[in-house]
Design a protein around this ligand. Structure first.
Ligand SMILES: Nc1ncnc2c1ncn2[C@@H]1O[C@H](COP(=O)(O)OP(=O)(O)OP(=O)(O)O)[C@@H](O)[C@H]1O
Ligand SMILES: [Mg+2]
Length: 289
């Protein structure tokens, strides 16, 4: 059994050391997911650090990250494995007067198997973080495929038998909650809701990711971002946008985030023109001439 983190504090410190600032709930859940060997389902809005958490767990524990990016239409052949038909066909053509049984036994072996992320993660003998990213983007049927992996850490291949993990991967599933996941999947996971951080932690995240950002600007930036999040926008700015904004301000050598500077750079933070207009109005910024 791999021990991932020794305690919630250990999780917090080691994630921090790799550049990921976890709050208490996140550090505790990451510790538990490792200790209980349970998959971790992380849900929350875009850009709050769901995917990054999986990457950080991998960095913090020297594990390799195996990623299954979910999308509409994702199927077994892309998620689990598929047979290499072309190679099988060539083998059949080259079999000459060999009996079919022998050929058949030969072409359904490892050599002809193309492994996809779920099977790859199950078979790896080294520490592995399996990231099943944006699981809500798949069709519900794909969740059925996941169940065997999530509950038993195994994959059944009819022609080969059942492959069971010798070393259980640390599994992270992420979701934007665009649809409800099945109860069956939820039941097998620990659940973590990630949301926008408070200003203090966001300031810490931004300054650690963007060295050289003046203190004053950092404080102003997280304040404006917090105010923007209170407005009813189509797309509230996420941590990712705060980081982009900080980089922008450095590039433009802006040392004071006053109204004029906000107006000039708002496009980095808000991506809809209606949000832009609303923000300008609500933040009582003078409209551009
Ligand atoms: N706690 C954190 N510590 C350090 N950086 C963070 C943290 N949370 C988010 N970030 C930064 O924010 C960026 C966006 O995070 P990430 O890509 O993980 O978002 P996400 O929640 O997966 O969003 P989406 O739903 O759009 O995929 C990351 O690249 C990372 O730099
Ligand atoms: Mg993501």
């Amino acid at each position: 059994m791999t021990s991932w983190f020794a305690s919630p504090d250990d999780a917090s410190a080691r994630l921090h050391a790799t550049g990921y600032l976890a709050d208490a709930a996140t550090a505790t859940t990451a510790y538990l997911a490792g200790a209980l060997e349970k998959p971790l389902l992380v849900e929350g809005p875009a850009g709050v650090g769901k995917t990054e958490l999986a990457k950080a767990v991998a960095r913090a524990s020297g594990a390799e990250l195996v990623r299954l990016q979910c999308y509409e239409g994702l199927d077994e052949a892309r998620a689990l494995y598929e047979w290499n038909y072309k190679k099988q066909l060539l083998r059949i053509q080259a079999s000459g007067d060999e009996g079919w049984d022998e050929t058949h036994d030969d072409i359904f072996t490892d050599e002809f198997l193309l492994t996809r992320p779920l099977l790859t993660a199950i078979r790896r003998e080294e520490p592995t973080v399996l990231l099943i990213d944006e699981v809500d983007k798949t069709d519900v049927e794909v969740e059925g495929l996941l169940l065997e992996v999530l509950s038993d850490f195994q994959v059944t291949i009819p022609e080969l038998g059942t492959v069971t993990a010798t070393r259980r991967p640390f599994v992270v599933l992420t979701s934007n909650a665009t649809r409800e996941l099945s109860e069956a999947v939820k039941r097998r996971c620990l659940f973590l809701h990630l949301d926008y951080p408070d200003s203090e932690r966001e300031r810490e995240i931004v300054t650690s990711q963007v060295p050289g950002l003046p203190d004053k600007v950092a404080t102003q930036l997280v304040e404006v971002v917090a105010r923007l999040r209170e407005l009813e926008l189509k797309k509230a700015p996420s941590i990712a946008e705060s980081i982009d904004w900080a980089r922008t301000l450095i590039a433009l050598e802006i040392g004071d985030l006053d109204e004029e500077a906000v107006r000039r750079t708002l496009g980095v933070v808000l991506k809809h023109s209606s949000d832009h207009e609303r923000a300008v109005k609500e933040l009582r910024l003078a409209a551009t001439r």
